[in-house]
Design a protein around this ligand. Structure first.
Ligand SMILES: CC(C)(COP(=O)(O)OP(=O)(O)OC[C@H]1O[C@@H](n2cnc3c(N)ncnc32)[C@H](O)[C@@H]1OP(=O)(O)O)[C@@H](O)C(=O)NCCC(=O)NCCS
Length: 171
């Protein structure tokens, strides 16, 4: 990764700056699909502030150059999973390893009960897909959003996750 980039939790005080970086980063995705209202571009400051439970930023000096968040979901049968969302690096800082480092850091920041990671990316966002594949994600499904944009669902098991103990055997 570029020298001197520091990754740390995002706080409410960082949200204005982080939303600015997110919007700048996601414009190219919106243009790719002619879809200006994709969720990362219409998210409000208040919505962002309400989603800081698992949230990291990357700083180059005092400048915030990227951020990413995790959202935990799951049920008793499949175990908890964490969705990686709002993954963004400032346009002039892309391609230097900051994204890869943020992705590894948000996976490491997942609560202990999380046994798998998943994410959604554009079906034609091949650069992103390459990054995710290199990080161990595989395509597990396709869907379309409300605007008709084709999306790819990718997932991977948490490498270091211990199997959850099952229920005690019946006697
Ligand atoms: C996706 C994103 C967060 C990756 O961050 P990054 O710092 O550029 O990524 P890294 O430098 O760590 O990794 C580079 C790899 O990422 C991928 N990549 C995706 N977008 C890229 C871009 N604009 N420039 C360079 N690499 C990009 C490539 O696979 C690249 O690998 P390569 O060297 O084989 O081409 C960043 O490019 C971004 O903000 N893109 C716009 C928003 C977006 O698409 N977010 C993800 C939605 S699923």
């Amino acid at each position: 990764m570029s020298q001197g980039v520091r990754i740390a939790p995002l706080t409410a005080a960082d949200v204005g700056e982080a939303l600015t970086v997110q919007r700048a980063a996601y414009v190219t995705e919106a243009q790719r699909y002619s879809a200006p209202l994709i969720p990362p571009l219409v998210e409000t400051v208040a919505e962002f502030r309400a989603d800081l439970r698992i949230a990291l930023g990357a700083w180059s000096g005092t400048r915030l150059v990227g951020s990413v968040r995790g959202r935990v979901d799951g049920d008793r049968t499949e175990g908890d999973r964490m969705e990686v969302v709002r993954f963004a690096v400032a346009p002039d800082q892309q391609g230097r390893g900051i994204g890869r480092a943020l992705l590894a850091a948000i996976e490491a920041a997942a609560p202990a009960e999380v046994g798998a990671f998943w994410l959604i990316t554009g079906a034609e966002s091949f650069d992103n897909q390459r990054l995710y594949k290199r990080a161990g994600y595989v395509a597990v499904g396709e869907l379309a959003d409300v605007a008709g944009v084709r999306l790819l669902v990718m997932a991977k098991p948490r490498p270091d996750h211990a199997e959850r103990p099952g229920p005690p055997p019946r006697s």
